[in-house]
Write a protein that binds this ligand. Structure first.
Ligand SMILES: [Cu+2]
Length: 145
């Protein structure tokens, strides 16, 4: 007798088809859970589209990636007349590009968390620049004649 009741509690397969107050409220809970799951999936999908996970995609030449509070590559040497593109990719911390020395002024203006800024170097020499929001973010561009 004792063994029987123990087995019954352990394998509750028979109880699934038994109607009970708890079962009656189940559909509402399931529906709400499904909605939340759907919303989460959508949010995760959008996050994935943002590309914030995984290694960054390789950038074209003469492009400086502005992310993780740094310029990459930090130092560039280019021939006169070359256009450099700064690719901003840190939405939670907008940056900008402003020269601190050099033959000409480069200024990307208002700090931005995404998007691009391009500048064509028409004066040879050595340029140093930083992000005005984060002065420890520095970079150099050497333009050869
Ligand atoms: Cu910055």
């Amino acid at each position: 007798m004792k063994d029987l009741s123990w087995n019954r509690d352990w394998s509750s397969g028979d109880d699934r088809d038994m109607p009970s107050p708890r079962r009656r409220s189940a559909p509402t809970v399931t529906g709400r859970t499904a909605w939340i799951a759907g919303a989460l999936t959508l949010a995760l999908g959008l996050t994935a589209c943002g590309g914030s996970s995984g290694p960054p995609a390789p950038l074209p030449p003469n492009t400086v990636r502005v992310a993780n509070f740094s310029f990459s590559p930090k130092d560039l040497t280019i021939p006169l007349g070359t256009t450099i593109t700064w690719d901003f990719d840190q939405p939670d911390a907008p940056h900008n590009v402003v020269t601190t020395s050099g033959p000409a002024t480069v200024n990307s203006g208002t700090p931005q968390g995404s998007g691009r800024y391009t500048y064509t170097f028409t004066k040879a020499g050595r340029y140093t620049y930083d992000c005005q929001v984060h002065p420890y973010m520095t970079g150099t561009v050497v333009v050869t004649p």
